[in-house]
Design a protein around this ligand. Structure first.
Ligand SMILES: [Fe+2]
Ligand SMILES: [Fe+2]
Length: 309
């Protein structure tokens, strides 16, 4: 069982943290109901840019079934969890991922209403996930969840901490609140699958490294294809939009480039998700969410204020 140590000063760097970092003491996972209405007020290109919008839209198609796979892989070991704190975290992890799945399924319907033929892709993703759940060894399934959770937490931390122009800067406020909620919860539960993997499943370094090495390229290639297919359906697949998009992805301040060091930190044998602590704005978001009885817009504004400094 891990020693639970206080490591979580905002802005702390991994090198200044305990080598064997663990979930901070008094860290809580909060069950929140997804209350989003994706009505007609949401612009088709809600990011203000075609490529960025469709990149997020393509990515989110995989979320519901991906998140059901995460739940499944953790549940395989749930009965063996004896640490009462981790047991409670597993329960909340399942609740949070289930809510993410519901909300993203709801948003997929919005894409269908826009005339995008995404149902075939969603069915294909579901088939792939069910096949994986059926055939892959339980430990490898969990290692894949650990790797995926690292990617989502890295993205969430980048989204929350970056005061530079990032992909959500010009987003429609409702969509921004939606992704910020998901990002916050990804950070909040970032170590649950990892702790189950290490402490309960007896998972090791090699398997989790292999899982990320296979997943990372496998996630980026279909994501780019999906993004371009959607842009084609919009009648917006052209050089100008592609150039803008690739700069936003892989350019100096691009999201993939900026999150790359964090993604690579997974290959350290002493990696633990809490080595990066909390991103800026995290505590403010939680505090205001609680004080306002679940007002995600107010929580988002509070977090943004901190990041803007
Ligand atoms: Fe999630
Ligand atoms: Fe997650």
């Amino acid at each position: 069982m891990n020693n639970r140590v206080e490591i979580n000063q905002a802005g702390a760097t991994p090198s200044s943290l305990d080598r064997y970092a663990a979930t901070p003491e008094n860290h809580t996972l909060v069950p929140r109901l997804a209350k989003f209405e994706f009505d007609s007020s949401i612009p088709r290109f809600w990011q203000g840019e075609v490529f960025a919008t469709r990149m997020f839209d393509a990515m989110q198609l995989a979320f519901p079934d991906g998140e059901r796979m995460f739940i499944h892989s953790v549940r395989n070991y749930a009965d063996k969890v004896t640490d009462p704190i981790l047991k409670e975290q597993v329960k909340q992890f399942i609740f949070q991922e289930a809510q993410h799945g519901l909300a993203h399924t709801q948003f997929t319907e919005t894409l269908t209403k826009q005339g995008l033929k995404v149902n075939g892709v969603v069915k294909l993703i579901k088939k792939g996930m069910l096949f994986f759940q059926d055939k892959a060894p339980h430990k490898y399934q969990l290692a894949s969840t650990v790797a995926a959770e690292h990617l989502t937490a890295s993205l969430g931390e980048f989204m929350l901490s970056s005061s530079e122009d990032n992909l959500l800067t010009n987003a429609d406020p409702k969509m921004k609140a939606f992704y910020m909620w998901h990002g916050i919860e990804e950070v909040e539960h970032k170590a649950v699958a990892f702790d189950v993997y290490e402490q309960v499943a007896g998972g090791g370094y090699f398997t989790r490294s292999l899982a990320l090495s296979l997943m990372y390229p496998m996630a980026i290639v279909p994501l780019m294809v999906g993004t371009m297919a959607m842009m084609h359906a919009d009648g917006e697949l052209n050089l100008k939009e592609m150039r803008k998009g690739f700069t936003a992805m892989f350019g100096k301040n691009g999201i993939w480039r900026k999150t790359f060091p964090s993604v690579m930190s997974f290959y350290s044998p002493t990696f633990h998700p809490w080595k990066t602590g909390y991103p800026n704005g995290f505590h403010e978001w939680k505090k205001v969410y609680e004080e306002t009885d679940g007002d995600m817009d107010a929580a988002m504004e509070a977090a943004e204020l901190v990041v803007a400094g």
